[in-house]
Design a protein around this ligand. Sequence first.
Ligand code: SF4
Length: 298
Amino acid sequence: MDSTRESEGMHYEGDCIRPPPEAYSILLQVTLGCSHNKCTFCGTYKDKRFGIKDNDIILSDILFASKYMKGQDQVFLMDGDALIIPQKRLLWILERIKEHLPWVKRVGAYANTKSISKKSLQELTELRENGLGMLYLGVETGDDEIRKKISKGTSAKQCLEMGKRVKDAGIQLTITLLLGIGGKEKSLDHARATGELVSAIDPDFASALTVMLIPGTPLWEEYERGDFHMPDERGLLMEMKEMIVHTNLSHCLFSSNHASNYLPIRAWLPEGKQELLDIIDAALRGEIGLRQEWMRSF
Ligand code: SF4
């Protein structure tokens, strides 16, 4: 390893994102971009060619964190889907984290259905035993017609199987759902199918986001052509309500606190189901104010 690199700070390249629960984590960029990079609504990594960063850069960042980030007890592996890293190499990263950042309690990463499918249950279990404690899976929708249209690359059935594999390995699972992604026309179909898929996966956490139309993405072009009609605020509330109605979860924290949403709600399901539905109904009656458009972001 080039010893001069250690003093340069963290080697972040391009825009870096992480999920809200990782706000105070050590952000360790181990990949660039997303290995899929085809979802029509996603503009996050459009400017990045996918790659795995060199081990010496990764180690340099871990060593930097070992000196200057002693107060942070979680690591989040960026960018898009660190789980795509071959097993041996990913284990090497987890081992270096354990060695140099012994106070870290949990390592998290984004994953997608494809990257999970590259790991056997045994391999995922091995990753969990070496510190990987949380995966964030972008489910978006349970409707196969919409999944195909947005180029998600996998079916709802595959998504279910891979979500279950993560849970069977004992890794905590957060899934993200995308309100509005079926457009006006498929809004309620999307809501029902997604509620059912979430229930079948039965994750620890489910987070609803709202589609933001990002210039340069294929979805933006569809919208500009008049081929995609975004549900309005009321339509999105009804969609979220229908989604929640169709959940049958054992123990899952459902939230719509993400900045892209008009109505932030949060409760453990199934206990808090009626509470959430009552809040949405109150918002539909205009008794609860919605987040202003200018305050929304992805
Ligand atoms: S898998 Fe995730 S990061 Fe990759 S293109 Fe799709 S939404 Fe974007």
